[in-house]
Design a protein around this ligand. Structure first.
Ligand SMILES: [Zn+2]
Length: 121
């Protein structure tokens, strides 16, 4: 991979990370006032919405971690290399999912494993 290509990935990943951070920050602003509400009717009405917000927040946080790990690999010079088999990840896959830590084969195998839940609390 050329320096220009790596620079481009840094740009894309940093942009995406900033976007997610903003989304996570605004999501928290939505959740906190609802939790503090003393009105029972309000709480019931907002529970569904809150759950949806929490799920969105959760997946945004996971993705942000993946992006930050990818940026770290860019700095380490291991970006684009599968973390499992150490083969190069195809450029096509990196273009679609720049934060992908694994090649298609290893990701497929990892997806079959029981998911390890990441404690975010
Ligand atoms: Zn692999």
């Amino acid at each position: 991979m050329t320096i220009a290509e790596l620079d481009r990935y840094i740009e894309v990943l940093e942009e995406k990370a900033a976007e997610l951070k903003q989304m996570i920050a605004s999501g928290k602003e939505v959740i906190i006032p609802i939790q503090n509400s003393s009105d029972l009717a309000d709480q019931t009405q907002f529970t569904g919405m809150q759950e949806l917000e929490m799920r969105t927040l959760d997946s945004s946080t996971t993705k942000l971690h993946q992006i930050e790990a990818a940026l770290q690999r860019l700095r380490d010079g291991t970006f684009g290399v599968c973390i499992d088999c150490e083969e190069n990840i195809s450029p096509k896959r990196l273009k679609a999912v720049p934060w992908a830590p694994r090649c298609v084969d290893c990701q497929g195998a990892a997806d079959k494993q029981p998911t390890l839940s990441i404690a975010t609390a």
